[in-house]
Design a protein around this ligand. Sequence first.
Ligand SMILES: Cc1cc2nc3c(=O)[nH]c(=O)nc-3n(C[C@H](O)[C@H](O)[C@H](O)COP(=O)(O)OP(=O)(O)OC[C@H]3O[C@@H](n4cnc5c(N)ncnc54)[C@H](O)[C@@H]3O)c2cc1C
Length: 547
Amino acid sequence: MSKPAFATHEVFNQSPPFEDVDLFACDRPLQEAVAAFGGAEAEKELSEFGRHWGSAAMAARGRVANENPPKLRTFDARGNRRDEVEFHPAYHELMAHSAHAGVHNSTWTAEGRPAGGAAEVVRAAKFYMASQVETGHLCPITMTRASVAALTAQPDLLAKAMPVIATRAYDPSFAPWWTKRGMTLGMGMTEKQGGTDVRANITRAERTADGYRIVGHKWFMSAPMCDAFLVLAQTAEGLTCFFMPRFAPDGSVNEILFQRLKDKLGNRSNASSEVEFAGAFALRVGEEGKGIRTIIQMVQLTRQDCAIASAGLMRSGLAHALHHARHRSVFQKHLADQPLMRAVLADMALHVEASTALVMRLCRAFDRTPGDPREAATMRLLTPAIKYWTCKSAPPFLFEAMECLGGNGYVEEGILARHYRESPVNAIWEGSGNVMCLDVLRALSREADAAIAVLQELAEASRGLPGTGEAAGFIAKVLRRPDGERVARLAVEKLALLAAAAALNKVAPRSAELFAATRLANPHAGMYGAVDLAENDASALLERALP
Ligand SMILES: Cc1cc2nc3c(=O)[nH]c(=O)nc-3n(C[C@H](O)[C@H](O)[C@H](O)COP(=O)(O)OP(=O)(O)OC[C@H]3O[C@@H](n4cnc5c(N)ncnc54)[C@H](O)[C@@H]3O)c2cc1C
């Protein structure tokens, strides 16, 4: 039944909401990338996920969870410490839906070993779709999944925790983790005096009869209602990784004292705390003094997720922009039929196709790493490069997507304003831009032969595409220069572009050709749409993006 009209005017020429869509079925580049990298058999599962997460009900949960940010309840009414954070029910529902689909654990077996097959690719497709709806809750989802890699260093603890991590139940009760139906894990590394330089951590751990007591602080510790955190603290042997639960073994609340929650640009449904540890109970994970080596296993996976989420955010921006342009008329013609808007949208579609193929290729490397040293080298070299390029490209991309919707894009009722505010965080946390570039250099210098082999493989996989041979040669040369650090951004961006062209070549060769021609053979202009794509290529890209 249509609603009554306004007294003064009819509402027309507004695009309908982009809701109640199948986020998988309406995304051909995603379907093709998943199939190309081993996930074809999961098509039905992913389509069910896509329909569910593309529903208006899930979109509403995402909006409400961000309009009602979490609140820290430091004390109860009588002045006793509580140290609890309250979230809106919509946040808990998002958590439950993600957990139900195994986004927090499906890359692991019940024992905590890599699940194998295409588990990484399939889970990444889910993560990519969920990030189009709500990214804040994905912070504890990603940390829980990643924590297993670090817990592997402590098999007795892993064996106890895995039965609780491996369930698909979300249990938000504030109770000891060993009594719960499901659990989430967070991570505390960053201190006031240094986030990148965690060796400067001053938090200290003292050995006790039943474990360790930790005294110190963390300047950023997200998702504070997680059931346990992997934290770094100094012992006599140096920086060490610990498992710090919210409850001590005797069932008392652990000495984890939240000071405040950060007032953040975006990521508002998720809480990020400042915290003090006043003799908090913790168990060691891995050897004393080997904390960085232990926790880096977790960080590698959270970096992978930052790239997937950024690709998902850009996909959402593109889909909303294209959907709007197909419904909105300006000068008697749909925006999607105006040549200049088509150039912008097609160029954006090309960027998203490449980003999607690239992150799925990376996930394929994660799937194969346990039994394939070549793929392990690909994973090692490309994770920081892909995190750098994909995450840093998201904010300007989302700005352009917003602009495609004109004024509506800038308004909070639409999702693009939220995506835009969300997008920079993926580049900043889990290793900021420069740190990622330095990590690529580190991989190249420490495992030079393996890295050169990866470069050769990328050159081979992109053979014949414009500019790829020159790019591979340039990277190899620049990264061996003694002043490589000074030009690392130049080389790492080229490395990501080369890897994207190679990945896309396996998925959609014509798109790969266009990508290489507009990004490698010629440097891409500062703005989207400042390219010369033939009309038939633009049409094909737009049709693939949103059939
Ligand atoms: C919303 C949010 C949530 C977070 N949640 C968590 C959490 O749950 N747990 C946690 O441990 N941390 C968390 N962090 C912290 C985050 O990981 C750090 O902020 C990040 O690692 C950067 O550290 P820093 O802030 O100390 O900046 P710095 O280390 O001071 O870096 C500042 C800048 O300098 C650059 N830089 C650093 N070293 C070099 C170098 N050698 N050469 C050139 N440039 C360099 C960096 O790239 C960066 O751009 C969170 C941050 C945010 C914003």
